[in-house]
Design a protein around this ligand. Structure first.
Ligand SMILES: [Zn+2]
Ligand SMILES: [Zn+2]
Length: 362
């Protein structure tokens, strides 16, 4: 087994179980370090012990590299494969199988931990047909939101990737790294990296990016990230502003609640859910079912309300690392339990239909 593939797959499994960032980083960094060396060179440096003295290679990562160089599946990886072999969620497996894409993900360009290429490689390995890269907008400074200039730069980078961008339907962008559970990049030839943004809905209800830049993007996820405790009338007006903007394709994690995790817990925001979902139905904005285990947003009763309002849905992972792209199983389980018909889930649509729909209001 190639040591780089082993290290990246370990990181994938750890991300999938929401392991602390520092723990995952050790494997991703080690993969980068040995990734710059030839296989023979790695073997030579493992044999004579030079690797143990290399900054960024610890006892655990050295053991993984040595076992991989010896042609074995490293023990540490073998254990993770065994414990991770079970799907993340028990229910919703039929629905999950019908989902083609994911419209909410972050890279190291904002507050994600991985490169665009690593996110793409993992999405492909998981069998996704498309993934929208939706890094944050400028006002979210804590998450290094992208200015118009940096977003333009990102679009250039995506354009240069063989896998991505509007208009280019494929290519071989698989770096052989960032491998996922089964290492099967079988979807090759049929993958699209979509351009996008998770744009803040500002307090006045406008979107936190220039019109020109929003016009250039395939997917716009509009979310509220600040003043989450505002009164219901204020929050409702703010959300309605974001929904009415013709660029908006998806309303992100609408209540903002947090159920657990390192950021603590947070109750759902107060807003007039009937008015918000009626506006989503009227303006053809999909309501996101955010799959992150600490979000599970919207709550079950609001999914039902949105369903009754005639809304479309987008089941997204909001992944900040490759392994988190597998969270889709959680969202599928919740949508299935709520009885959301598959055709009302835009992420089950073929990419051509999705893009035609996403561009219709512009
Ligand atoms: Zn968000
Ligand atoms: Zn996000």
């Amino acid at each position: 087994m190639h040591p780089v593939a082993a290290l990246n797959e370990i990181a994938f499994w750890l991300e999938r179980e929401l392991a602390p960032t520092f723990k995952v980083k050790a494997f991703r960094s080690a993969a980068e370090i040995v990734g710059s060396l030839s296989t023979d060179e790695i073997a030579a440096r493992a044999a004579d012990g030079r690797l143990t003295k290399t900054k960024g290679i610890g006892a655990r990562t050295f053991e993984v590299i040595s076992q991989a160089v010896d042609g074995a599946v490293p023990d540490y990886l073998e254990n993770l494969r065994t414990t991770g072999a079970k799907p993340l969620a028990d229910g919703g497996t039929d629905l999950l199988a019908q989902l083609r894409g994911d419209l909410h993900s972050h890279s190291e360009w904002s507050d994600g931990g991985s490169t665009i290429e690593q996110m793409v490689a993992a999405a492909r390995s998981l069998g996704r047909e498309y993934l929208a890269l939706t890094d944050h907008s400028p006002s979210l400074k804590v998450a290094s939101g992208l200015t118009a200039e940096r977003l333009a730069e990102q679009l250039d980078v995506i354009d240069g990737l063989a896998t991505g961008g509007a208009g280019s339907s494929d290519g071989d962008g698989d770096t052989g790294e960032g491998d996922a559970s089964d290492g099967d990049a079988g979807a090759a030839g049929d993958f699209r990296l979509l351009t996008g943004i998770e744009v803040d809905i500002l307090e006045d209800g406008t979107l936190d990016q220039t019109r020109e830049m929003l016009d250039r993007l395939d997917i716009v996820v509009a979310s509220v990230h600040s003043k989450l405790r505002a009164d219901s009338a204020t929050m409702t007006e703010r959300m309605l502003g974001g929904i009415r903007d013709p660029h908006t394709t998806v309303l992100g994690h609408c209540t903002g609640r947090l159920l657990s995790g390192s950021r603590g817990t947070r109750p759902p925001s107060d807003f007039d859910a009937e008015a918000v979902f009626a506006a989503c139905a009227e303006h053809d904005v999909a309501v996101e079912i955010n799959s992150r285990p600490e979000r599970q947003d919207p709550p079950d009763d609001l999914i039902t309300l949105a369903l009754d309002a005639g809304c479309l849905f987008s089941i997204d992972t909001d992944a900040h690392a490759p392994g988190q792209l597998d969270f889709l199983a959680y969202g599928a389980e919740r949508a299935d339990r709520a009885g959301v018909p598959v055709d009302r889930i835009i992420t089950s649509w073929p990419v051509e239909r999705l893009l035609e729909w996403a561009g219709r209001r512009r």
